[in-house]
Design a protein around this ligand. Structure first.
Ligand code: NAD
Length: 321
């Protein structure tokens, strides 16, 4: 069995490798070659922790396994550790023997950023120039860094519920050589692409804040009850997702579906667009919306990619198991 420790991931994994892994696995999911197992998430009654498993099998990439982990709210204060902790375990699909154990913390941010980037590649207008960010926390920086590689963006605009956090994303824009401007939500109408990545339970981005032709990637809503954008925005958009079952239950579409504004059949898999079996954007004035809920297969795909890189560079630790 191979071990790739968390400390090695930053030096091994590239944004491009994460993008390629996530794009391929979305395509495999839509083709019926890969599927996610039901998610387990439990409050364990210790340290207020939420712990769970996200697993799946990709027959094309021959990737079988799970991500185990969750959220330990006291880690940072009590122990100086980050609160989100996860580890990916991969298994040999021919034998069931464990093949790798991989640090999953940084990989989670990279695979989530890759998902919105894949949506921008396939759904945003080719001439998109202004990218808007709703959110400025840990994930937002990864999201923006990856998204800037998908189009020739000339400007980043940002809004955050906690405005004092905006320098987190301004730094990313400046490092990429793209000017940044903080805006009110009304100013988001200037954006050609908008990424929302917050932990909100009430919508901030309303339909009136989004211009025709915009691509919106909603990346923060991954739990029942969370909501980042007004349901009416989905009703007026072409809606795509990583996995339809998750989108309508724990994703952004849960609200529009519950309110009867759209139905499950209005939500399409992004992978089908990648495969060319479903039409993506078909007009420059359409609003497209990607509901990125986060699936276990994304974690397995990036973990498998990083194992290959670790083997190539002689960094993977081999243990007899
Ligand atoms: P974080 O704590 O670093 O940042 C939270 C962000 O949400 C900040 O911008 C904060 O200002 C904003 N926020 C907090 N309360 C708000 C409110 N009431 N209204 C509007 N905005 C508010 O968290 P993070 O690590 O950046 O994660 C952000 C979200 O992304 C979380 O909800 C997390 O569960 C989700 N997430 C999704 C995926 C996925 O695959 N879709 C993967 C990882 C994380």
């Amino acid at each position: 069995m191979l071990i790739v420790p968390e400390r090695e991931i930053a030096g091994l994994m590239t944004r491009q490798a994460a993008f390629d892994a996530v794009e391929s696995v979305f395509a495999a999911m839509a083709a019926g070659d890969a599927y996610n197992f039901p998610v387990v998430r439990e409050a364990i009654g210790h340290e207020d922790a939420l712990y769970g498993f996200k697993g799946g099998f990709d027959r094309t990439g021959l990737t079988l396994g799970l991500k185990a982990g969750g959220y330990w709210p006291n880690n940072l204060e009590k122990r100086g550790l980050i609160n989100h902790q996860s580890t990916v375990f991969l298994f040999d699909p021919d034998t069931g023997k464990p093949s790798a154990m991989v640090g999953g913390n940084l990989l989670t941010a990279l695979r989530t950023a890759a998902a919105s980037s894949v949506s921008i590649k396939h759904l945003a207008r080719a001439d998109a120039k202004v990218i808007g960010m709703i959110g400025a926390g840990h994930q937002a920086a990864f999201q923006l860094r990856a998204a800037l590689e998908q189009r020739s963006f000339e400007k980043v605009i940002g809004w955050n519920y906690h405005p004092e956090m905006l320098p987190n994303i301004e730094k990313v824009a400046v490092e990429a050589g793209v000017p940044f401007k903080a805006v009110e939500l009304d100013g988001m109408t200037e954006a050609d692409v908008i990424i929302s990545i917050t932990s909100a339970f009430e919508p901030s981005l309303m339909a009136r804040h989004v211009s025709p032709g915009t691509h919106v990637a909603c990346m923060g809503t991954d739990t029942k009850g969370k909501q980042e954008v007004e349901s009416a925005l989905l009703a007026g958009a072409r809606v795509f997702t990583d996995e339809v079952a998750q989108s309508v239950t724990i994703g952004e579409a849960q609200h529009a579906v519950a309110e009867g504004l759209i139905s499950q059949s209005d939500v399409a898999q992004l992978g089908a667009v990648i495969n060319g079996t479903y039409e993506g954007r078909s007009a420059d004035d359409q609003i497209t919306l990607f509901d990125g809920t986060g699936v276990g297969l994304q974690d397995l795909a990036v973990a498998a990619a990083v194992v290959d890189l670790a083997v190539e560079k002689g960094i993977a630790i081999k243990v007899d198991f």
